[in-house]
Design a binder for this molecule. Structure first.
Ligand code: BG6
Length: 302
């Protein structure tokens, strides 16, 4: 839909308007009584969220590339309908196609508490159907306020069950990776993708990052918190419909190779991804819906 039509149908004064952003991508710009945020229609990719009076909560690389069909480094990429490499076809894109295809705006609303609600739907094309031949409808709801709420909904509108992998691959902005600890995954077992081990390991304590970390924690449903001593704040990640949590920081060498982190860019971010991956993939029966829901909020540190 052309921008003028999008604005006519969905812009709301003092809440949301649609603009052309970096790389010519159409972007929803939200600014309300609580926070500001930007969401690209490509990938329904939330790029920023900053409650007023706070440092950004979501990290977006200063060196991110914005181009049609390319994933943006930072924000909340939607990994769907598989997480990581495709199970059988290595030519298909890692983390699925949802983050690089177009989504359409389905609705916007000013909420009674001053927040802004936006709904997007994934646009199916021959290319998406070729990669995922299961009749389904995919929507994502964002509520931008003091808290950021996201609800990714997959409905099976076909006659056969399908099995889905997914993640909200959120990059969080932190003062410095040496100043933060992640808690909430103690006693969970994880697949150590960076360590190359095929056996599961057990998390004994809070997570500190001092080298490359790429871990899928299985059967992890509790809240996670990121304690940031530099910014003197806690980011709380509450979720449901998600049974895995991915913790990722590429560290120096891998970040340099990726080419969109910038020098030492990895020090200011950590990914804590609410996912359904590996043994936690989800089977959706015909007529059923699956919700992956997260709520991100800030707390002061004692
Ligand atoms: C993480 C994976 O979720 O995403 C990592 O566990 C991967 O293995 C990272 O490197 C980034 O992936 P991409 O495709 O966005 O570069």
């Amino acid at each position: 839909m052309p921008l003028a039509d999008l604005n006519q149908r969905y812009a709301i004064a003092n809440h949301v308007q649609f603009k052309v952003g970096e790389g010519g991508l159409s972007v929803a710009e939200i600014s309300n009584a609580h926070a500001s945020s930007r969401i690209a229609l490509q990938g329904a990719h939330l790029m920023t969220w900053q409650p007023h009076g706070q440092e950004p909560v979501i990290w977006l690389s200063k060196f991110a590339k914005f181009a049609p069909g390319k994933s943006i480094r930072g924000g909340v990429p939607i990994c769907w309908p598989w997480f990581g490499p495709h199970a059988t076809d290595g030519k298909l894109p890692g983390h699925g196609f949802a983050r690089t295809v177009m989504w359409e705006v389905l609705g916007t609303k000013a909420m009674p508490d001053g927040g802004t609600f936006l709904r997007f739907g994934l646009v199916e094309t021959d290319a998406t159907r070729a990669q995922w031949p299961h009749p389904c409808s995919v929507q994502i709801d964002f509520t931008i306020g003091k808290t950021l709420n996201i609800d990714l909904v997959t409905r099976n509108i076909g006659t056969h069950p399908f099995t889905l992998g997914e993640a909200l691959h959120t990059y969080f902005h932190i003062s410095d990776v040496g100043q933060m600890t992640i808690r909430g995954l103690e006693n969970c077992e994880y697949m150590d993708k960076a360590g190359g081990a095929s056996e599961l390991k057990k998390q004994l304590d809070g997570i500190k990052i001092e080298s490359e970390v790429d871990r899928v924690y299985l059967n992890s449903t509790s809240d996670c918190i990121i304690k940031d001593r530099g910014l003197q704040r806690i980011i709380r990640i509450a979720k449901h419909g998600s049974h895995s949590t991915v913790v990722w920081n590429p560290w120096t060498e891998k970040a340099d190779k990726m080419g969109d982190f910038g020098p030492e860019g990895h020090r200011g971010m950590v990914c804590v991804e609410s996912a359904n991956a590996l043994d936690n993939t989800v089977t959706v029966e015909p007529g059923a819906s699956h919700h992956l829901v997260v709520a991100y909020s800030l707390e002061a540190m004692d």
